[in-house]
Design a protein around this ligand. Structure first.
Ligand SMILES: *Cc1c(COP(=O)(O)O)cnc(C)c1O
Length: 448
């Protein structure tokens, strides 16, 4: 019996497909198209599938489209967590976006003093604003808040002891654990007090010639309740002052404004830390401040100078685009009366419930039709997120899909602009607090 000619021999050659791929080559470039065709043909051979020329073109086109889609994509954050670390935290105000574009597109005086034509300091672009807004003597900025803590510890307490209350030995997610950061910073953690109660005398006994700094971390993302005692910041600051030891405060989210002014859960303000006697304090750029990812450190000029001279500062520095965004956001704080309309983080946190309810009523029926399950308008609870006011909730309005399960959640994630909600008590809740592009949301429901 003679050998049958393999049908696979009939697959078109790469060169032949290329001759018909003008449009694809125009869009993606010859090399990429050739590789995509090769991949489609290899797959067909492996699966012993016969393809005609058009099939190969189709397959190559899909592959190329898939590869072109950026990995980092826009999503709808309907989780109810406004500053969602996994979804990129703060959304930047328009003013920051313009400033970022300018800084990215053209040369800028990043480290160049335009007055005397000499080398300048990159901190100069934000230090004046930070001093004015916080009241601190000096300020510097690094890549994120974790880096700020690392830099402060390493600059001020290398090979020295750092007393920390046992109630503040925190983990903030993403492997940021205070004891480990201390070790990497080259400091010796000296645990003080107990998990639930720490007194001033515990600190007083721990302070000595080996002490580098006293470090206090804000209890973000947890609270200790019941039979508890913590040393008020002002008392601890006074003790440090009497012993000549710098007192450093990690504010967690930190905020420049009293949140009560916006009827929001309260977080310690930067001004409070300073008023309580902190010598140095650190906070995040992209939490409640509503700016780009950054770690801000402010306080006594002599201490900030020590941080600047540490070679680690160079390794942790921010880029020009971040500085441009941060400066633009800080500018907005000079006019607190209009901050709510200009700063997205604050706008989202303070949206009127009536607005959310009206939007929910418009979206309920279209969503029900598209999903084919029961949708109800519900009262739900948003949170600030990123460890700010962790035990407080903000009333919100959501759309609840029932029955809600992982499968339903996956369908919404598969939309062109993925929709991320949260599963709760057998329902998938879409919290409307962070939905501003209603038309964009409604316009893609037909793809469900
Ligand atoms: C969030 C947080 C940090 C880390 O800040 P990043 O901006 O995530 O680097 C450090 N300390 C506390 C108390 C925090 O809440």
């Amino acid at each position: 019996m003679g050998k049958q000619p393999s049908p696979l021999a009939a697959l078109p050659s790469i060169d032949r497909v290329l001759q018909h791929a003008g449009g694809l080559i125009e869009a993606h470039g010859r090399d990429a198209v050739k590789q995509a065709i090769r991949d489609v043909l290899d797959d067909a051979r492996a699966a012993r599938r016969v393809l005609v020329l058009d099939d190969v073109l189709q397959g190559a086109s899909s592959l190329l489209e898939r590869d072109r889609r950026p990995s980092l994509r826009r999503v709808f954050n309907l989780t109810g967590t406004v500053l969602h670390t996994n979804l990129g935290r703060a959304l930047l105000p328009e003013a920051a976006l313009f400033a970022m574009q300018d800084a990215a597109r053209q040369p800028v005086n990043l480290e160049y003093d335009l007055n005397d034509g000499a080398r300048g300091e990159r901190d100069d672009h934000v230090e004046g604003l930070l001093r004015r807004l916080t009241g601190a003597e000096a300020a510097t900025v690094v890549n994120n808040h974790a880096a700020a803590v690392l830099l402060a510890l390493n600059s001020l307490a290398l090979r020295r002891e750092v007393p920390v209350s046992r109630g503040e030995l925190i983990e903030i997610g993403g492997a940021f654990r205070l004891p480990e950061i201390m070790a990497r910073a080259g400091c010796r953690l000296r645990e003080v007090g107990t998990t639930n109660r720490t007194h001033l005398r515990d600190y007083a006994e721990a302070l000595g010639p080996k002490t580098g700094i006293v470090f206090k971390a804000h209890a973000s993302n947890y609270s200790i309740e019941g039979f508890t005692a913590a040393v008020p910041e002002a008392e601890l600051a006074a003790l440090c002052k009497a012993r000549g030891i710098p007192f450093v405060v990690d504010l967690g989210s930190g905020t420049l404004l009293d949140m009560a002014r916006f009827s929001l859960p309260q977080e310690p303000t930067v001004q409070q830390a300073l008023g309580n006697g902190a010598d140095l304090f650190t906070f995040s750029g992209d939490k409640l401040l509503g700016g780009p990812q950054a770690g801000i450190i402010a306080g006594r000029a002599a201490l900030v100078e020590k941080l600047r001279r540490n070679p680690l500062k160079r390794a942790l520095r921010v880029d020009k685009v971040t500085l441009a965004a941060l400066a633009a956001v800080l500018q907005l704080y000079l006019d607190p009366d209009r901050l709510r309309e200009r700063l997205p983080t604050l706008r989202l946190l303070t949206r009127p419930l009536a607005e959310l309810r009206a939007m929910g009523e418009r979206l309920r029926a279209p969503l029900q039709r598209a999903l084919g399950c029961e949708i109800t308008l519900v009262e739900c609870e948003s949170q600030i997120g990123s460890g700010a006011a962790p035990s407080e909730r903000i009333s919100s309005i959501g759309l609840a899909a029932r029955p809600g399960d992982q499968k339903l959640a996956a369908r919404l994630r598969a939309l062109p602009i993925p929709v991320i909600g949260r599963l709760q008590d057998g329902a998938l809740i879409l919290d409307l607090r962070c939905l501003e592009d209603e038309a964009g949301f409604a316009g893609q429901l037909h793809s469900l």
